[in-house]
Design a protein around this ligand. Structure first.
Ligand code: GLN
Length: 538
């Protein structure tokens, strides 16, 4: 009898139904009843990880403590559960095939023909059970990316079918997330696409145990009964998931629908009333802001809502903590110049310059940073945003007119941001940046030290270029202080300006560590500075 039970979430009818949010919400409800839960995402693409994918293709790349470059759904898992994920929580077809082919080259299959079934499916099952075998979890929720019927996801569905047989029906559960479209001409909700996607799943030998139905309108009893009858599930297993105004409402909506109860019943586990006190007090503060501020988010992918996902969510957490509504104004860095910078930024209460790669839009970022430095508007620079703050300072205060990062201009005479020696001979692009969690010491009496209320911190990184310490003395002598230093390498991780209301740049990504239960201190403090700025009589 296995001690860990497995819940799979598949998607039907359409992509983008929010499998990640449903998985995270269910996990939250189970965790709040005392179960230890983690969530895993299986992505059916051939890339080894999304680290090499453009944000236009894939949205944000989320980074774990152990340096995995992962799907942005892992960010939701951490924000909901407040438990770190790891390499094992995101598996791609690329990883599966790479490992099977490496085993084949080592001769591990003893002369057998290597095939999708059983070799690829065995590798998938092993990856799913890696988390279970740690003994840390009562329940593993595995989200299978894509939509049933896709060629790419077939081996994953087959692995699910086999696991139901291997471990027994009461240890493995299949939840199918589907869409109930509303036809406005007929004024009717339609169940046919769901009937078809459940059938497609059955063609692969998997009977859905629970249907979670995404809908814009209440689905009502009659539709639930119809779905139950046609899809071979009991009525209590047809769960409505109506559009919510915030993803943070979904756990409560699933609780009202009894998703946690039916899941636990089917797995022969006892259910209790989840304790969502902290969650609900966050929601209450989020819903009842006392003030409102405007923060500019400057980046080059601002038109895509998924590309800065963790930053946007961190502002929601920090806003609720401060009881402030944070309105995010997206500003495209490519279109900022000397002439329009005032009209674009003057009315803001704070400006965040986002992470990024490559030279497109960087001059606009530098222009914006000069403006907020001079006009004392709170400034927060993350990764590339921090590097641009160093360049701006070097150009305008140290008078190093062609200061730059060697990422942008390799031959610059003032490489204030440069490659570390250890990065110089790297050829492969994938998985070779400075990744994952690093320890950092905070300088006494710095703002960073006060904000974190700690001497040492651990933050996650994802970059190749670094502050060039050859310029440290000169830069500090003019007032831009290195307030966070990497404990191991001595690299500068945080810079701050001391004659400014709030001017902090960080080489790491604090946004990956902000959760509902633990809003990130830098975001909380930045929003507070924005609130103070909004009260100034300018
Ligand atoms: N492009 C920069 C580097 O590689 C910054 C990366 C980032 O913002 N994540 O160092």
């Amino acid at each position: 009898m296995p001690s860990t039970k497995y819940i799979f979430v598949t998607g039907g009818v359409s992509s983008s139904l929010g499998k990640g949010i449903i998985a995270a919400s269910l996990a939250k409800l189970l965790q709040s009843q005392g179960y230890s839960v983690t969530i895993q995402k299986l992505d059916p693409y051939i890339n080894i990880d999304p680290g090499t994918l453009n944000p236009y293709e894939h949205g944000e790349c989320y980074v774990t403590d152990d340096g995995a470059e992962t799907d942005l759904d892992l960010g939701h898992y951490e924000r909901f559960l407040n438990v770190p994920t790891s390499q094992a929580n995101n598996v791609t077809t690329g990883k599966i095939y790479k490992s099977v082919i490496e085993k084949e080259r080592k001769g591990e299959f003893l002369g057998k023909t290597v095939q999708v079934i059983p070799h690829i499916t065995d590798e998938i099952k092993e990856r799913i059970q890696t988390l279970g075998n740690t003994g840390e979890y009562d329940l593993i929720i595995t989200e299978i990316g894509g939509t049933v019927g896709d060629i790419e996801s077939l081996p994953y569905i087959e692995a699910l079918r086999q696991m139901k047989w291997d471990l027994g029906q009461s240890n493995v559960l299949a939840i199918h997330l589907t869409l109930i479209p509303y036809l406005s001409a007929a004024k009717e909700l339609k169940t046919k696409p769901t009937q078809h996607s459940v059938k497609t799943l059955m063609e692969s030998g998997v009977q859905a145990d629970i249907l979670v139905c995404r809908t814009e309108h209440e689905i009502g009893n009659a539709i639930k009964e119809k779905l139950a009858r046609f899809c071979n599930v009991d009525k209590e297993s047809v769960i409505q998931s109506i559009d919510a105004s915030t993803i943070y409402d979904v756990p409560n909506l699933m609780l009202e629908e009894g998703l946690d109860k039916v899941v636990l019943k089917k797995l022969n586990l006892k259910s209790d009333k989840p304790n969502l006190d902290v969650w609900n007090s966050f929601l209450k503060r989020y819903r009842n802001p006392k003030n409102k501020i405007k923060i500019g988010l400057i980046g080059k992918y601002v038109e895509l809502q998924d590309s800065y996902k963790s930053i946007l969510e961190s502002f929601i957490h920090a806003g609720a903590t401060n009881e402030v509504e944070v309105e995010i104004i997206s500003i495209h860095s490519e279109y900022i110049n000397k002439e329009n910078v005032h009209s674009k930024l003057a009315y803001l209460n704070g400006v965040l310059v986002a992470p990024g790669f490559g030279e497109r839009g960087i001059e606009g970022k530098i222009q914006a940073i000069e403006y907020v430095r001079v006009n004392k508007i709170p400034f927060f620079g993350i990764c590339l945003g921090m590097q641009m703050a160093v360049i701006e300072f070097a150009r305008n205060i140290l008078n190093l007119k062609d200061a730059n990062s060697t990422e942008m201009v390799e031959e610059t005479s003032s490489p204030v941001i440069d490659l570390m020696q250890s990065q110089k001979n790297i050829v492969n692009k994938g998985g070779t940046m400075r990744l994952g969690s690093w320890e950092c010491e905070l300088k006494k009496e710095s703002n960073a030290r006060e904000i974190y209320n700690s001497n040492t911190i651990h933050e996650r990184h994802r970059h190749r270029y670094e502050f060039n310490s050859d310029y440290l003395d000169k830069i500090e002598s003019k007032g831009l202080i290195a307030s966070g230093i990497n404990s191991k390498t001595g690299l500068v991780e945080i810079i701050e300006l001391n004659n400014h209301p709030w001017f902090i740049g960080v080489q790491f990504h604090p946004e990956y560590k902000s959760t509902v239960y633990n809003p990130h201190p830098l975001f909380v403090s930045f929003v507070k500075a924005g609130l103070e700025h909004s009260k100034l009589d300018l």
